[in-house]
Every structure is written in C-alpha cells, then in structure tokens.
Design a binder for this molecule. Sequence first.
Ligand code: A2P
Length: 340
Amino acid sequence: MKKYVVAVVGATGAVGEEMLRVLEEVNFPISKLVALASSNSAGSFVEFMGEEYIVFELTEKSFKEHGIQIALFSAGGSISAKYAPFAVEAGAVVIDNTSHFRMIPEIPLVVPEVNSYDIDLWRNKGIIANPNCSTIQMVQALNPLDKKYDIERIDVSTYQATSGAGRKAMEELVFQLQDFFNFKLDESPHKVFPHQIAFNVIPQIDKFMPSQYTKEEEKMVFESQKIMGKKFEVSATCVRVPVLRGHSENITVTFKNKVDANEAREILRNSPNIIVIDEITESNYPMPVLTLEKNETFVGRIRRDLYRENVLHLWVVADNLRVGAATNAVRIAQKWIEKN
Ligand code: A2P
C-alpha cells in the first residue's frame, strides 16, 4: 500500500493533538509525519506511534522542504489563509479544519458519511474543507432521516464544550474552577470567553452578525445546506457550557412527510458511525462523558412531537475534538486516498 508524507499544522493544539491520535488509531499509511506549529513550540516534541517527533516552525517553505503530500490544517483561519496556498503549490492536498475556505463554492465541504462524492472537487483548489464541529454531528444524524422523510426545517440549540475554542479555553474553565475552590473566582480572569464560563452558560459563540445570529449559528445554517446539497430552513442557537469535551445538541426537525419515532430510531441504528442510546426507562441517553475519545455520533431522546406528526425531536452528542474535527479530517483523507 502506498504511504504518504503527512503534515499536521497546529500539531500542538487541542485538535492537532487529536489528529495525531486518530491517525495512529486508524493506522494511516504514513511514510513520514511532520509536526508543524508556531515558533513558540518549535523544538518541542509531540508523540506519535510511541515515538517523539520534533515540532518544526511553520513557514512558507515547510511543505516543499518536507515533501508534504497530505496537509491537515488546524491552526486557525488566518494561518490556513496564509499557508494553505503554499501547501497546494508544493503539491499537497490540504484538509482544512478552519472556517476560512468552507463557503467558497469551488471548495468541497465534506462529511464523508453524507457527501464523500464531493471530495472529487478537491482538484479545483487543492483544498477540502472540514466543517464546523456542531454541523458535522448534526448532519450525520439528520442526513439518513432526510433521505426517508425530507427535511423542511431544523431548529437546533447546542451545548458546546470549551475545547471547541482550543486549549486555552479549556484551561480558562479549569483555572476558574480552581479559583472557585480558593475563594478567588471573582478575581479569575476571562480572556477567551466573553464572560465567566465556570458555573455559567453563555449564549454566544463567536461574534454577532448583522442577522443578529452569531457567526457559529450562521455556520450551522449555511454549512449544513452546502454539505447536504439542499435548501431547508435552519435556526440555530449556540451556547457555551462548562464542559471540557463533547458537544450536545437538542434538535427539532420538521419534515415534509409524517415521521415515526420507532422507524427513525431504526434508520439511525443502521446509519454509518451513529450509535443510538435511547432506553429512557433506564435513564440511558447520550451525554458528553459517554462520548469521550469516541469516533461515533450518539443519538437519543428520539420522540415525535406531541402535536405535529411531521416533527421529530432528538438529542445528539459527539466528541467535538474527534467527530467534530480530527476524525472527520482523517476520514476525508482516507476517502481521498481511496479515490486517488
Ligand atoms: P503553538 O502551540 O506553537 O502556539 P488551539 O486551537 O488548541 O489553541 O491550538 C492552536 C494550534 O495552532 C497550536 O498548535 C498552535 O501552535 C498553532 N498555531 C498558532 N499560531 C500559529 C502560527 N502562527 N503558525 C503555526 N501554528 C500556529
């Protein structure tokens, strides 16, 4: 089997580190791994397959110098904007975890379980975009139901973990909890989040847009339509909660057709990378603590609306660093290899 020179850009970050774990777990065909990050961590080490790999500073020349063939980017939008073109010029396929390229029409936005055929469009720009974390788990659960019942509208509220905002955001929650136990919470700083996150929920993720929705909420609207290749109404409310890892979503879906909860449960049970946990008499349902380091999306609380026969409610949880980022990126890379 052919092996590839693979770079992880942002290898020291929360998602980058998870990319290394997933590449290792799926035994990705790697001939050489190159860890890239900022000058701050150049010379430090990351672990991969039981060995230490030195971290190199990302520069415009990194990709040519190391002969990179597959570049997984997760170092922020501005870094992708600046450096992805150099990776492409050096002959690599870029799989980009940031929002920078997602809505450019010629660039495919891919969740392999839903639209792996769009990977063929990678040649347009040499780039494949990895969707927003909350969008990935939502479309994984809703696409199989759309095939059967035809979605008309989605109303979703998210309960998003701090790791979605990176390592510093996770630390901010932990430091605030420590400060609480030292009776110093009122002096505890918040830099990443607009308010204290410990013992709080914040109904704002990213900046507000002219629509009065946040940028994160708009991502869920426009990305889900692009991935599923159809127009439907979406209203999202994205909320940050004091959880370290694992995004939860309460989703209300209005279909064009009548829906049956038992049948929907069965459809989801037979869908790729979905696990249904829905034994309410045993209080069994998905929760972030159950999804830690898992590569599947968990669905429960599946029930038909009390008033409308074409409305279904469900609760969807996934590890945002895995399903919502690293696992999806690696699955895209695997499919890309299959197709090329
Ligand atoms: P570094 O650790 O050197 O700052 P997170 O999302 O967890 O905050 O991680 C962000 C990732 O992006 C880290 O690996 C970080 O590296 C990397 N990064 C940040 N700025 C740059 C940059 N200018 N060039 C390359 N990598 C960067």
